[in-house]
Design a protein around this ligand. Structure first.
Ligand SMILES: [Zn+2]
Ligand SMILES: [Zn+2]
Ligand SMILES: [Zn+2]
Length: 204
């Protein structure tokens, strides 16, 4: 079949009913309409309802349900569209694909390196109170937000409500990123003691 690749056996530690068939070939590229990039199948299985469910090299299960959108397959990726670098690298590394990556745009964003969705100063006592007592400046990101009384009767505290990080979000600890910010005399430090400085050009 043109435009297909050989698949690895769909090995698993779980029980598999006898009417599930392993797939030996699959599309070179696949994604659902809800995915931001193309992936490559490592293995696949056909279920009694006729559905082909693939496991991508990066670990995604694709095609098992329509929740993530309609399954799309491609022999080649349309120009300019993104390809999952984990899938591409592993598929080539495992010999499924001889062709080098060429001009395809590989993308891989290690999740732990991305800034957090919520500022780590949210709901914490990492703040400078502002006059009036209803707002405070977040020590972690520099933005001003309303404060609320939080915590139970045994550890009451005034904290800033949950908020997205502002542009002056402190630099991450190289080891613990933004996971454990604390204050040390008004400056933000990681729980390990390393400084988390305000980015250059941002005023506190
Ligand atoms: Zn992938
Ligand atoms: Zn903040
Ligand atoms: Zn640290």
């Amino acid at each position: 079949m043109p435009g297909t690749v050989d698949l690895l056996p769909p090995t698993t530690g779980s029980a598999v009913s006898l009417d599930v068939e392993p797939l030996t070939v699959g599309p070179r590229f696949l994604r659902t309409t809800g995915m931001s990039r193309w992936h490559r199948p490592r293995s696949g299985a056909r279920y009694p309802n006729g559905r082909d469910c693939y496991t991508a090299w990066c670990g995604y299960g694709i095609g098992g349900s329509d929740r993530a959108g309609t399954l799309l397959t491609a022999e080649d990726v349309p120009a300019g569209q993104l390809v999952c670098a984990t899938c591409e690298g592993r598929a080539i590394g495992a010999g499924q694909e001889e062709q080098p990556p060429g001009a395809r745009r590989l993308v891989f964003g290690p999740r732990e390196l991305r800034p957090p969705v919520n500022c780590p100063g949210s709901r914490r006592a990492l703040l400078v109170p502002l006059p009036g007592g209803t707002t405070a400046r977040c020590l972690v990101c520099g933005d001003t937000h309303p404060v609320r009384a939080m915590g139970g009767p045994y550890n009451p505290r005034i904290a800033i409500i949950q908020h997205p990080p502002g542009p002056a979000l402190v630099e991450p600890c190289p080891f613990h990123r933004w996971r454990q910010p604390a204050t040390d005399g008004g400056a933000v430090v990681c729980g390990c003691g390393r400084p988390m400085p305000i980015p250059e050009g941002e005023t506190p």
